[in-house]
Design a protein around this ligand. Structure first.
Ligand SMILES: Cc1cc2nc3c(=O)[nH]c(=O)nc-3n(C[C@H](O)[C@H](O)[C@H](O)COP(=O)(O)OP(=O)(O)OC[C@H]3O[C@@H](n4cnc5c(N)ncnc54)[C@H](O)[C@@H]3O)c2cc1C
Length: 425
């Protein structure tokens, strides 16, 4: 331990995946750390939700094999069994299916495209050539949208493949989504090892997958985790930063702000060095994600753990019976759902009924996260984790990085922020 560590103490504000990753990294480095979380549950936008005795999540999540930082953290905490690894397979019965065989990347994608059901030979060749260019050609220009990037593709390929991928990965409609970030996701998933395009499905609730074991480890290492502790104000002095909550005030040598971008400005505005940052955050726009959990007869199951859906508001349906042991429970997900029709749950059920007969729903529970993620648009200014204030750092899915708002962006940012802070001590 360096001598500077002794008088250092760090507060991490926000117990989402970014804040948990920061606090864990600091605790493992021997730094006294306190994690403040406003709500009673850790996990932020990826957390467990208890509803009438049911263990649900605030939104069904999926990870990619390319999310190496997140997978590594989960592995380190011993909860890797909470993730179910499946080779990439997109099934949208009865119109389309694509499965990537276990071949070296990117051959697996090219073979998957050439073997796809629902595309004619010309469409398959066009898709394979385009995917090759996306992986090996130059980067899309900073100002291009996904709509512009995919303009040369046949309408059917965009409808069945590229645009649904954009909506689910960037949570942003192709007309306004950043082509550069979309290309980063495609390169991350298909440009490295074939395992990077695997789909990783949680098998337990999202809080149990990472935030709860991270918190347990932080406490074990001497740190503290304060739930139901909203930080209401930051008061920096030359060598300390005081945090106020409703009940008390404490001071720390450094602070990592790991709140969502929409909550950042209120906290930092009074800090003179961070004024410009607060003003910049006002440009962010947000997109909703809706999840509806529908309980059918426990004997009902999908023929795959997840299916793609078309012709309505939902893009995917997940079988929680297969992933979580919750027999007959399906989770329908509608991303970029800012203009959701009021009857969207009926429409989502009708989408499934095109290819399956689930029977009558026993109950339905819809959770709409209105500000699920920022809209991932061209030229979005994403701040660095280091700020103009030498003792205040940022962590979160919106900080500068290659990926859109994802668990991976959050954990990468959390670890990076903690490491920059450690370098300063
Ligand atoms: C419905 C939904 C579905 C999604 N699906 C996927 C997916 O399939 N795959 C994927 O990779 N990503 C997905 N995402 C995105 C992913 O969940 C987020 O990118 C990630 O969780 C962001 O983590 P974060 O730690 O940066 O921020 P947050 O999760 O927002 O964490 C911030 C935390 O700070 C706390 N906080 C705020 N203000 C204060 C304060 N003043 N004092 C103390 N605490 C405070 C909040 O309560 C919160 O817990 C989805 C998001 C949603 C909402």
């Amino acid at each position: 331990m360096k001598s500077g560590f002794v008088k250092s103490s760090v507060a991490v504000i926000g117990g989402g995946w970014a804040g948990c990753a920061s606090a864990l990294t600091l605790a493992e480095a021997g730094i006294p750390v306190t994690l403040y979380e406003a709500s009673r549950t850790l996990g932020g936008r990826a957390r467990a939700v208890e509803w009438e005795g049911q263990k649900l999540d605030n939104g069904q999540h999926i990870l990619l094999g390319a999310y190496q930082q997140t997978v590594q953290l989960i592995q380190r905490l011993g909860s890797i069994k909470g993730l179910w690894r499946l080779p990439l397979s997109l099934n949208q019965p009865p119109d389309f299916s694509l499965t990537c065989p276990r071949l070296p990347a990117p051959l697996h994608l090219l073979m998957g495209l050439l073997g796809a059901k629902g595309l004619d030979w010309h469409e398959k060749m066009t898709a394979a050539r385009w995917a090759h260019t996306l992986l090996n050609g130059s980067f899309a220009t900073e100002h291009a949208t996904v709509d512009q990037l995919t303009r040369t593709q046949p309408e059917k390929l965009n409808r069945l493949l590229w645009h649904p991928l954009c909506i689910s990965a960037l949570n942003t409609p192709p007309e306004i989504a950043s082509a550069r970030v979309f290309q980063n996701v495609i390169r991350g998933a298909f440009g490295g090892r074939n395992l990077h395009s695997d789909l990783l499905l949680p098998r337990c609730d999202l809080t149990a997958l990472f935030p709860a074991p991270a918190a347990a480890r932080i406490v074990e290492l001497g740190g503290s985790v304060r739930l139901s502790s909203r930080v209401t104000a930051l008061g920096p002095t030359p060598d300390r930063i005081t945090l106020r909550t409703c009940n008390d005030a404490d001071s720390y040598s450094h602070v990592i702000l790991a709140v969502a971008p929409q909550h950042l400005a209120d906290l930092i505005f009074p800090v003179a060095e961070l004024n410009q940052l607060a003003i910049g955050m006002a440009d962010y726009r947000y997109q909703a994600i809706a999840t509806v959990y529908i309980q059918y007869d426990p004997a009902f199951k999908l023929h795959k753990p997840l299916l793609a859906l078309a012709g309505g508001p939902a893009q995917f349906v997940f079988d929680r019976g297969q992933s979580h042991g919750q027999a007959g429970l399906l989770a329908f997900v509608a991303s970029a759902a800012t203009h959701l029709p009021t009857d969207w749950m009926d429409q989502a059920e009708a989408q499934l009924r095109r290819s399956a007969r689930p029977g009558k729903a026993h109950w339905r529970k819809s959770i709409i996260e209105k500000q699920a993620t920022y809209a991932c648009i061209p030229h979005l200014a994403r701040p660095a984790t280091r700020t103009q204030h030498p003792r205040i750092f940022l962590a979160g899915d919106y900080t500068d990085g290659a990926y859109p708002a994802t668990l991976e962006s959050a954990t990468l940012s959390g670890v990076q922020s903690a490491n920059f802070l450690l370098e300063q001590l």
